[in-house]
Design a protein around this ligand. Structure first.
Ligand SMILES: *Cc1c(COP(=O)(O)O)cnc(C)c1O
Length: 474
């Protein structure tokens, strides 16, 4: 047993069962409930144990995991999983991840895996081209997610703009920017006073006038403005900041232009999306998140930069034990382009799913998502019961129950919509939670699953209406 092996026959049996379980899940998930709920006490009872000294029959372990572990999570691929940012995923990429893990490919350096490095270069070039970044000079790296892509970008930005002394450096972002940026800034050791949170306008876009004021005042006070983080698709509303305006300010003021497109960047693949994302091609660095709207399973984020040297100049360290494996400069060692040394082979799933389904399928899926959200918006507007709070934008929609003819107070509306969400989630039929927009409690739908139908959404809206009636009657 200490060689940690199964027999060839056992491996096959094991593997076939795992695949069968996954395929069964893909085939039946629509009929399952997307919401899992369990208390800490229940989970303690199910799983707590001392580290097992002795072996357990492999079949027994697998059965336990299949029946007890896997069902106790939300199904983020479910067509009625609307909240946060769903993870629609796709089977080909799941298999690609399985292969990458099966062969345990070290995707850090060229010498260890020339093909893995090359596939990362190739897929990165696809992305650079899609976003109209310079393909010769540009570069990038796959990361675990959007948070790591933002962090990696800000490390490079700081290195390029500030060198070692960043005590006066100031970063700007809107009040709708994703929390991972604040986290990254904290990780980097900036003080809270070095961040300016710029208010947004009524459409949730960064207010350019206020941004300009803040930069000018900071200069007067002797600070060093160095970076603006724009959102290309905020997580709350899908809103894209005025990218062209911000690009212009960055050019004039010599600031680093980082775009957080972790949520919305993928919309570049659709006509409407690419209209809204105009200016994204001017970013110095861009975070996108293929494990969201490019339908990849977790974990896969991506950072693109205008100049690949910004990454290598930031992240190259040469310990003695790596000195024998340097290739020529065109043979990229991705450990020199980011934080991780040992990295899994993320590019494989992107490559295999793109090659299998074709870019066109991805374009159609994203277009479908955007159109679906617009359809839902229209239906809600035409209903006497619903009020659209933030229109369908990059497949995100915010709305609340607010029937005409009844004059509920704002407080009553907040309580009612919170209660509707609570009951929907408790029913486990759909994952639909609230967010706060301009002090109102609203229901938020993120419709990036290409297998979600208008019928799915209508069933969920009906469910909300039924709960609303119950709440009002009470
Ligand atoms: C999801 C998200 C992130 C964080 O990405 P993770 O993959 O969850 O780490 C950052 N920015 C935006 C706008 C997001 O929507």
């Amino acid at each position: 047993m200490y060689k940690l092996k199964l027999s060839k026959e056992e491996m096959k049996q094991y593997g076939y069962q795992v695949i069968d379980t996954i395929v069964e899940h893909f085939d039946t998930e629509n009929y399952k409930k997307p919401v899992a709920m369990a208390s800490r006490a229940e989970m303690d009872t199910l799983f707590n144990m001392e580290a097992p000294e002795q072996p357990t029959n492999y079949q027994e372990v697998l059965d336990f995991v299949t029946s007890k572990v896997l069902p106790n999570s939300n199904i983020v691929t479910h067509p009625k999983s609307y909240s946060f940012v769903p993870g629609p995923s796709n089977y080909v990429s799941v298999m690609a991840d399985t292969l990458a893990t099966g062969f345990n490919i070290f995707s850090g350096g060229w010498a260890a895996s020339p093909a893995a490095a090359q596939l990362e270069i190739v897929t990165m070039n696809w992305l650079l081209k899609l976003f109209k970044f310079p393909t010769k000079k540009g570069g990038g790296i796959f990361t675990s997610g959007g948070s790591m892509a933002n962090l990696t970008a800000l490390v490079a930005a700081r290195r390029q703009c500030c060198g070692d002394d960043f005590s006066n450096a100031i970063i700007y972002m809107s009040d709708q920017a994703h929390s991972s940026n604040v986290k990254a800034i904290r990780v980097l050791g900036f003080k809270k006073e070095q961040v300016r949170i710029i208010p947004t306008d009524i459409e949730f876009k960064m207010a350019i006038n206020k941004l300009k004021n803040a930069i000018a005042k900071d200069r007067l006070e002797g600070f060093q403005p160095f970076c603006i983080i724009a959102s290309a698709g905020t997580t709350n509303t899908g809103t894209v900041d005025p990218l062209n305006d911000i690009a212009k300010i960055c050019r004039e003021e010599k600031l680093w232009f980082h775009v957080d497109g972790a949520y919305g960047g993928a919309a570049i693949l659709s006509k409407k999306g690419s209209q809204q994302l105009k200016g994204i091609e001017k970013a110095d660095s861009l975070a996108i998140d293929p494990h969201k709207w490019l339908y990849q399973p977790y974990e896969m984020g991506c950072l693109l930069v205008r100049n690949h040297k910004w990454l290598s100049q930031t992240f190259t360290e040469k310990p003695e034990y790596l000195r024998d494996i340097e290739g020529n400069t065109s043979e990229i060692n991705f450990y020199d382009h980011g934080i991780q040394l040992t990295r899994r082979f993320r590019a494989l799933k992107f490559y295999m799913s793109m090659k299998t389904f074709g870019l066109n399928a991805f374009k159609k899926a994203i277009t479908y998502n955007i159109d679906l959200a617009e359809k839902v918006e229209k239906k809600l507007r035409q209903s006497p019961k619903w009020e659209v709070i933030s229109p369908a934008t990059l497949a995100i929609l915010n709305f609340r129950y607010n029937p005409i003819g009844k004059s509920f107070s704002e407080k009553e509306l907040d309580t009612m919509n919170q209660e509707i969400s609570k009951r929907v989630v408790a029913s486990r039929e759909a994952l639909l939670v609230t967010t706060i927009l301009q002090n109102q409690v609203v229901l938020r739908m993120c419709l990036i699953n290409p297998r979600t139908t208008i019928k799915d959404v209508q069933e969920t809206i009906k469910l909300c209406e039924d709960f609303a009636s119950e709440i009002i009657d009470k």
